[in-house]
Design a protein around this ligand. Structure first.
Ligand SMILES: [Zn+2]
Length: 104
């Protein structure tokens, strides 16, 4: 089975929503602040032992969508996104799997 990949990535800085469309026709809409709150990096997770888990979708969609915004987005290899946030944080690598699990 072919791996599901993003076919489009759009950051709407007015609505504060990151939209990813996937190769299977689905789409995910991710509020900026929530996405920042579920940053999967070692610092945000509080240590290596806490990494690799599924995204906390409650945090993602309940976090008040204000404050931090996206400065830029880079793809990492063919498996992930690196998001540079307006607070200077940029070490979070959001894999396709992570983002797929978090979609709503
Ligand atoms: Zn982080």
């Amino acid at each position: 089975m072919e791996k599901i990949r993003p076919t489009g990535i759009t950051a709407d800085r007015t609505q504060r929503i990151l939209t990813i469309t996937w190769s299977d026709g689905q789409a995910g809409h991710y509020p900026f602040a929530g996405l920042r709150a579920i940053c999967p990096c070692v610092t945000c997770k509080g240590g290596h032992d806490n990494m690799g888990g599924p995204p906390d979708v409650d945090v993602l969609y309940v976090t008040k969508n204000e404050g931090v915004t996206i400065e830029s987005i880079h793809t990492v290899g063919s498996y992930a996104l690196q998001i540079v946030w307006s607070d200077g944080h940029d070490t979070g690598i959001y894999t396709w799997d992570y983002l797929r699990q978090a979609r709503a």
